[in-house]
Design a protein around this ligand. Structure first.
Ligand code: ADP
Length: 231
């Protein structure tokens, strides 16, 4: 890792601006966001609904492009890449967990977790073993061959967490991952996500309304009126 990477963190954003055009109206959702997250650090982003939290997370994850500004993942500039290059940058480097799990309904829990490894070109046991291990560690060893519809909401989200972690990404981005779960199930998922991320020294950014969870973050950033304030 070069010195500049160390200084900038695994996930680095500088002066990120995002403007949407709705009809003739221009809405500036993000007005110059600076952010740097180190490996092993857990950052929570809070703020009122419509503040731009999801937009920021999508831009950090290179799912969406900023209008201007820089995004660096592992020292690589993702902001100006085309769609295909960004998909390549995401693969293996970024794990996403969303409020709705987005598991593939026709595949089993094990197959869903293997999928990112298969896409990376791993085959057979090289894909199956890590997926199996993670699902075991997440308490899902009895659910490997179940399809998503046969799993509870909490189990589905744990499979989604396993899928996000299976490639050992440097950056984990989660958007209200427990928003759909009851308090106890949500807390278990939070514990797992934080523990696994810390073990892997990943940089974690979570958008959450959940104050208890935000309170456990290393840093809480509040997004208001398109800008970030530390709490
Ligand atoms: P949050 O996650 O904080 O609730 P969002 O990032 O979802 O906020 O949205 C921030 C603002 O940007 C909202 O006013 C929303 O309507 C607007 N917005 C989000 N995506 C688009 C889009 N694709 N086109 C136009 N406006 C959008």
């Amino acid at each position: 890792m070069s010195d500049s990477n160390k200084n900038n963190g695994l996930l680095y954003a500088s002066d990120v601006i995002k403007t949407y055009h709705v009809g003739k109206r221009e809405i500036q959702v993000l007005k110059g966001i600076d952010l740097s997250v180190q490996g092993g650090e857990f950052v929570a982003i809070v703020g009122p609904s419509g503040a731009g939290k999801s937009t920021l997370l999508h831009i950090l994850g290179t799912l969406e492009r900023p209008t201007s500004g820089t995004i660096m993942i592992d020292g690589i500039d993702g902001g100006r890449m085309n769609q295909k290059e960004r998909a390549g940058l995401r693969r293996g480097r970024i794990g996403f967990v969303f409020q709705f799990h987005h598991l593939l309904p026709g595949f089993t829990a094990l197959e869903n977790v293997m999928m990112p490894l298969l896409i990376e070109g791993k085959q057979g046991k090289a894909a199956e073993d890590p997926a199996h291990d993670l699902l075991n560690q997440l308490g899902l060893s009895e659910r490997l061959t179940n399809k998503p519809a046969e799993l509870s909401g909490g189990e589905q989200q744990r499979v989604a967490v396993a899928r996000a972690l299976v490639t050992n990404p440097s950056v984990i981005l989660a958007d209200e991952p427990t928003g759909n779960l009851d308090r106890v199930t949500g807390k278990m998922l939070e514990d797992d996500l934080i523990r696994f991320a810390r073990e892997r020294n990943a940089a974690v950014v979570v958008v959450t309304h959940n104050e208890e969870w935000a309170a456990r973050a290393d840093r809480v950033l509040k997004l208001v009126d398109g800008r970030i304030n530390g709490l």
